[in-house]
Design a binder for this molecule. Structure first.
Ligand SMILES: [Fe+2]
Ligand SMILES: [Fe+2]
Length: 285
């Protein structure tokens, strides 16, 4: 039998959903023979998304001198991956624009964290197993989505978790959840994403992002490690980065990237800040 929490989620009428374009683009890009023309045609069916893709390619991040006005050119310049990421990111942020104003929860900090995990997950996948890059980006962005479900639809329960954290400042959100309820934000997020019919490894990664890293489930390991890095890896005043504790059981396929972390992590911080700024500026258009 489903836990009561999931039954309550099933009863929410206006549960956020992703627009059809996300599924169309994800489906199309699973086929390696997909062409830029096919992707262009899908993007062009959604005027708002097409406008955002043009803004993205014309943003200062890409630094082109002349204005690009064709979706087809934008698709070729950005590449399939980036177009997919943009479609997913814009759609997820729009679907989850929090309506409630919660005292201790800052939605921009939430998206900054989620984007950081997704950019770092994608970097790890790009260098360890490129076939996982797209799924890692999407899973990174969605990994904490269960927190938004709690914030929006179960605000009293959400508030209680924060109160538990206030009382015991050393415990994390997930530990406070364990004390309050037998279902946590990772399981709630996975339940929601499972309803959207996203690929199973992606659903598993969302559910397992606070569990021990497993080499058998590569996306789960990547998301779990990226989440840990974003939570714990801060440069010291001299800008040096040290490896956080807790990586001793990281799977072997990620060790080369973790051993060279001080060389690439600060560079990604710049990319994360630029990506975050762009997506938040155009989120509600
Ligand atoms: Fe989490
Ligand atoms: Fe997280």
């Amino acid at each position: 039998m489903k836990p009561v929490f999931f039954q309550q989620i099933d009863r929410i009428r206006e549960l956020p959903s992703l627009p059809a374009i996300v599924f169309k683009v994800n489906h199309l890009l699973q086929d390696l023979s997909t062409t830029a023309d096919q992707l262009t045609r899908i993007i062009e069916t959604d005027q708002a998304m097409a406008a955002k893709i043009l803004k993205l390619v014309n943003s200062s991040f890409y630094g082109f001198n002349s204005t690009i006005s064709s979706i087809n050119t934008a698709v070729i310049i950005l590449g399939f991956n980036m177009v997919q990421h943009a479609v997913v990111s814009f759609s997820v942020m729009k679907a989850f624009s929090l309506k409630k104003n919660l005292k201790r929860f800052n939605i921009m900090d939430f998206w900054h964290h989620s984007l950081a995990v997704s950019v770092i997950s994608k970097y790890l996948a790009d260098h360890a197993d490129k076939t996982l890059s797209s799924d890692c980006f999407t899973a990174g962005l969605l990994h904490d989505i269960g927190k938004l479900i709690l914030a929006e639809y179960f605000p009293e329960h959400f508030e209680k978790i924060w109160l538990t954290m206030d009382e015991s400042p050393d415990i994390s959100f997930i530990d406070a959840e364990k004390m309050e309820n037998n279902v946590n934000h990772a399981e709630i997020g996975a339940y929601l994403v499972g309803k959207w019919l996203l690929p199973q490894p992606l659903v598993d990664a969302i559910r397992d992002h606070h569990s021990a890293f497993s080499g058998d489930h590569r996306i789960s390991a990547i998301i779990g490690i990226a989440n840990l890095l974003v939570h714990t890896c801060c440069p010291d005043p001299e800008g040096r980065i040290a490896l956080p504790d807790g990586l001793s059981d990281a799977p072997a396929f990620l060790l080369p990237q973790l051993q060279t972390l001080p060389q690439w992590y600060p560079r990604l911080q710049v990319e994360i800040a630029a990506t975050c700024q762009f997506f938040s500026a155009h989120q509600n258009e």
